[in-house]
Design a protein around this ligand. Structure first.
Ligand SMILES: C[S@@+](CC[C@H](N)C(=O)[O-])C[C@H]1O[C@@H](n2cnc3c(N)ncnc32)[C@H](O)[C@@H]1O
Length: 270
């Protein structure tokens, strides 16, 4: 039931045609698309590609890493990692429409030989134990009530010594939140923990936190600037319903401290 609600939060039925239209409106030739051409349309998280690049650096991803992107959306992070580092990436997401778009975009930019996309639940990963060196997860746990199960699954599929790299929104100061938010049109779909609770549940799942950074002070102005800047064709407005309102509510939450933006890396230990 909850699974269906999450899928409904993200599915539109028009994802591929909308992205095709956005690419054409931006002057791209669909027969000759490079990974960089996808621009800001593929990073569905606070601070976009800047955040992905920073997270990959602090996680020290290399070409030899087997990476899992847990909750991969339309696959922007997987393509960025495969293209930048030359590593193999497995992408898993609950929303079938996003998985289909990810496979299509991987083929379009010629990265489908390094990326495989699976429809699945991050709390019940369809992968063998210890098969990955890195699990990346950006802006997914806010939809997941059972965070202990999420991180125990991440720990199970990681080899000992592997890294979990997260970029996530947590609860901050007390107060009301305005909806819709990018991950939840309604409060029932949002499962926010405090940063301390998130860290504790990761540690209890068998990780040692090696990097933990509250980047709210950078993320809030970034999102405020996104709101006030011009809207180009290649942005998340192309396929996310009510995107401007969602960003406005997120930016408001970050600016007031009601929400926090957390970057973390944890090593699989026990
Ligand atoms: C805000 S989007 C972020 C997508 C991607 N990580 C990114 O940063 O571009 C949240 C994603 O989490 C996925 N998701 C939510 N709950 C999930 C679950 N239990 N298992 C797998 N994916 C899930 C949604 O389908 C959606 O694609």
């Amino acid at each position: 039931m909850k699974t269906l609600q999450v899928q409904r939060q993200y599915s539109t039925g028009l994802l591929r045609p909308n992205i095709e239209q956005a690419l054409i409106a931006a002057g791209k030739d669909l027969n000759h698309i490079q990974p960089a051409d996808l621009g800001a349309v593929e990073d569905f998280h606070t601070s976009g590609r800047i955040a992905t690049g920073q997270l990959a650096e602090v996680a020290e991803i290399t070409s030899s890493d087997e990476v899992l992107d847990a909750g991969s959306g339309i696959g922007g992070t997987a393509r960025f990692l495969a293209d930048t580092y030359g590593c193999r990436v497995t992408a898993v997401d609950l929303t079938e429409e996003y998985c289909e778009a990810a496979r299509w975009l991987d083929r379009l930019v010629g990265l489908d030989n390094r990326i495989s996309v699976h429809q699945g639940d991050v709390t019940d990963l369809p992968f063998a134990d210890a098969g990955f060196d890195v699990v990346v997860s950006q802006h997914v746990q806010m939809n997941v009530a059972d965070k202990s199960r999420l991180y125990r699954q991440a720990r199970r599929v990681l080899a000992t010594g592997g890294r979990l790299a997260i970029w996530d929104i947590t609860d901050g100061a007390p107060g009301n939140l305005d909806y819709p938010l990018p991950w939840a049109n309604r409060p029932e779909l949002s499962h926010l923990a405090s940063a301390d609770q998130l860290r504790a549940v990761i540690e209890a799942a068998g990780f040692t936190v090696i990097h933990w950074s509250d980047l709210t002070e950078e993320a809030a102005p970034f999102m405020e600037a996104l709101l006030s800047g011009p809207v180009g064709p290649l942005t998340l407005h192309a396929f996310v319903d009510n995107f401007a309102e969602k960003v406005s509510n997120l930016a408001g939450g970050l600016s007031s401290g009601r929400l926090r933006a957390i970057q973390g890396v944890a090593q699989a230990t026990t």
